[in-house]
Design a protein around this ligand. Sequence first.
Ligand SMILES: [Zn+2]
Length: 115
Amino acid sequence: MTHYSWAKDAFSHATECDPDECCGLVLNIEGKEIYWKCKNISKEFEATSFVIDPLDYAEGEDQGEVLGIVHSHPQGLFEFSKADKISCKYNDLPFYLVDPKSLSIIKIIPDEIDD
Ligand SMILES: [Zn+2]
């Protein structure tokens, strides 16, 4: 089990979205970290990739500070893909990968990624 306050919500969203990847944001709303569900609008590859609905992202940003980006790998390995790392660096935000089956969360931060 993890210490993230938003873990439970992220795990249920990931389970809901399975077999597609879920995606969401970690928001800081008045000092509390919460999971903000977003729609995965990846059209052809929603089972193996994610594109956060920009409207959901913008709405989240209005609620609080975006602390990180969350997604799941229902089909793939429980590790960040090359594309995830590029995207993490590009967004300049921590990325979290959640696995509702093992109740695990892993994290990478842009500084840890060599290009
Ligand atoms: Zn990924």
